[in-house]
Design a protein around this ligand. Structure first.
Ligand SMILES: *Cc1c(COP(=O)(O)O)cnc(C)c1O
Length: 424
């Protein structure tokens, strides 16, 4: 194994194919234990990000990838995506700055938040980020004042069809009946509208959602044409699931709908803005049990046979939580219980009802509500898989709690495919 420094200060462990993510989790946990440190840590498989980037190009060959920074802004992952040739979907001034500071050209940034404060629009204008979304008349007036040369993408509200893990509701996107009035307004203001975007909601489970949205976008293209606009951009938004089998099905249906409504001969440029698909699976979180409480309850009330019997359960307190990297519990409706794996073998395999709390002094800071676990000791660690989406980006320093350490790894066969500037 070798270690390389990447994206300023990120150490990447480059290893053989046979080494697994869990091997490295165990090794890092043991190393921290030897140093008598209890720090929570993340381990990031950069190889997974490379594979997913390549998989996207195979499965959705017509769509250029603009990674959605808000999903996870880890510097090593962003740098990696940059070197793979990805574009970036930014939600704010700070995200645009972060991406521009990596040396990314402004033409590879889409400012896809349809809701923007004036100073951010002015900033985009100053740094030549031209591609931006809108979905209402007042936004058009703001853009006309602050960035009249912007290339605008009209965000439509897709018809809901099919299962979505995290729907966006009606916060964004114009209804189809608003398309013509909006475009008429844009024309009056002398603005350039170049295409249409949508977002089906995060974690689309059925391709039908994309089919419906692509069909609606085609209708919007026609209305644009009737008004004299010549659209040449379709932005599929995000929403792609991280489960690879589901992704393949969803991508297949998106391709079919694209070929039907936007055949390649039409020369429409297509972009997609995946967040969850790229980031979720590559990250695991490994907090440490820093405190525990044994709870004995005496059973009673109703159940004659068990009356008077006592039941043992445990509450564990780990050094991360819902105000930290487990913010996905609050903002992404996540249930980390199904993602928990023990690191190491328990002394006694007997399982007890258990609750896992975070380390802040807030009653809401609970990671897992009710799970059967063998008895854990202080200093044991729990590894949570699929922790890369909407987790660290929602993290705060509430109660003065630090962010976890970040470790990175990548298998050599994938790492060697990259042409990177690294220092050994
Ligand atoms: C959040 C968001 C994305 C990414 O969504 P995922 O479901 O994580 O893929 C992409 N585009 C826009 C405009 C978004 O708001």
């Amino acid at each position: 194994m070798t270690s390389v420094t990447f994206a300023r200060n990120c150490e990447v462990l480059v290893h053989a194919e046979t080494t697994t993510h869990m091997d490295i989790v165990r090794e890092k946990a043991a190393e921290l234990k030897r140093q008598d440190r209890e720090d929570a840590f993340f381990l990031v498989d950069l190889g997974d990000v490379i594979k997913r980037y390549q998989n996207w190009q195979t499965q959705l060959p017509r769509a250029e990838l603009f990674y959605a920074v808000k999903c996870n802004d880890d510097p090593a992952m962003l740098k990696l995506l940059d070197s793979l040739g990805s574009g970036f979907d930014c939600a704010s001034k700070a995200e645009m700055e972060q991406i521009l500071n990596m040396g990314v050209r402004p033409s590879r940034i889409a400012y896809s938040n349809p809701i923007k404060q004036n100073s951010y629009i002015r900033f985009a204008s100053q740094v030549n980020v031209d591609l931006m979304a809108f979905d209402n008349q007042d936004e058009l007036v703001k853009i006309q004042r602050a960035h009249p040369n912007a290339r605008l993408v009209m965000r439509i509200l897709p018809p809901t069809s099919g299962k979505v893990y995290h729907p966006f509701g009606e916060k964004f996107g114009c209804y189809l009946h608003e398309v013509t009035p909006l475009l008429t307004k844009a024309r009056k203001l002398g603005l350039t509208v170049v295409g249409v975007s949508f977002h089906c909601g995060s974690g689309v489970a059925e391709g039908g959602a994309f089919r419906g949205a692509i069909a609606a976008a085609a209708t919007a293209f026609q209305e644009g044409k009737a008004l004299g606009f010549d659209f040449d951009l379709l932005d599929l938004g995000g929403g792609f699931p991280s489960d690879l089998a589901t992704f393949e099905k969803v991508a297949g249906m998106a391709n079919e709908a694209l070929d039907e409504y936007f055949p390649a001969s039409g020369k429409v440029r297509i972009i997609g803005e995946p967040g969850r698909y790229m980031a979720e699976a590559a990250f695991t979180a490994t907090p440490c049990v820093i405190a525990k409480r044994q709870i004995c309850t005496t059973l009673g009330g109703g159940d004659r046979e068990k009356e008077g019997e006592s039941r043992t359960s445990f509450a564990y307190y780990v050094n991360d939580g819902v105000f930290g990297s487990f913010s996905c519990v609050l903002v992404d409706n996540a249930h980390p219980g199904i993602k928990a794996r023990l690191v190491g073998t328990p002394v006694d395999p007997t399982e007890y009802p258990s609750v896992v709390y975070g380390h802040t002094m807030d009653g809401q800071d609970r990671i897992i509500n009710d799970v059967m676990l063998p008895e854990l000791q202080i200093g044991d660690v729990i590894n949570f898989i699929n922790m890369g989406a909407y987790s660290t980006t929602g993290s705060t320093s509430f109660n003065g709690m630090p962010r976890p350490l970040m470790f990175y790894h990548c298998c050599a066969s994938l790492w060697d495919q990259l042409s990177l500037e690294t220092t050994n």
